[in-house]
Design a protein. Structure first.
Length: 117
C-alpha cells in the first residue's frame, strides 16, 4: 500500500491522501479526505478520555479528531495548504510528550503513551 503526501483534491478542495496498491492487472486507488479520517478517529474510544491521532516520525499530524483545530492549522491567508501541520502547533504538553517518548522508544506502528499514570 502506498500513500500520497497531503494534497488538495480538485473536486471538493479538501485536503486528503490518495492510497494505492498495484493489482493484477492495474492499480486500485482510494482518496481519503482529512475530514473523513478525523471523523473516524473522533468516534474511536479506546478508553474514556483517550485521544487518538496519527502522526509522522517528524511530528507531522496526519489526522486528528478535532476537525476544527486541524482545519485551522491547515489554513494560511484564508487558503488550505497541502502541508502537514506539526504536533508542536497544538501547544499541547501531552502531544509534545508523546512525540518525545515515541522518538526515544524507536517504536514502529502503534504506540501507547500514558500521561497521568
Amino acid at each position: 500500500m502506498e500513500a500520497s503526501d497531503l494534497c488538495i483534491f480538485v473536486l471538493n478542495h479538501e485536503p486528503g491522501f490518495t492510497l494505492s496498491r498495484a493489482t493484477t492487472p492495474g492499480v486500485l486507488g482510494a482518496d481519503l479526505t482529512e475530514t473523513d479520517l478525523s471523523d473516524f478517529l473522533g468516534r474511536q474510544r479506546i478508553t474514556p478520555g483517550s485521544l487518538n491521532f496519527i502522526f509522522t516520525r517528524s511530528g507531522g499530524i496526519v489526522t486528528y479528531p478535532d476537525q476544527a483545530l486541524l482545519t485551522a492549522l491547515l489554513q494560511q491567508n484564508g487558503r488550505t495548504v497541502p502541508a502537514l501541520p506539526q504536533l508542536s502547533e497544538l501547544k499541547d504538553p501531552a502531544a509534545a510528550g508523546l512525540l518525545a517518548a515515541y522518538r526515544e522508544s524507536g517504536a514502529t506502528g502503534n504506540f501507547f503513551y500514558d500521561v497521568a499514570g
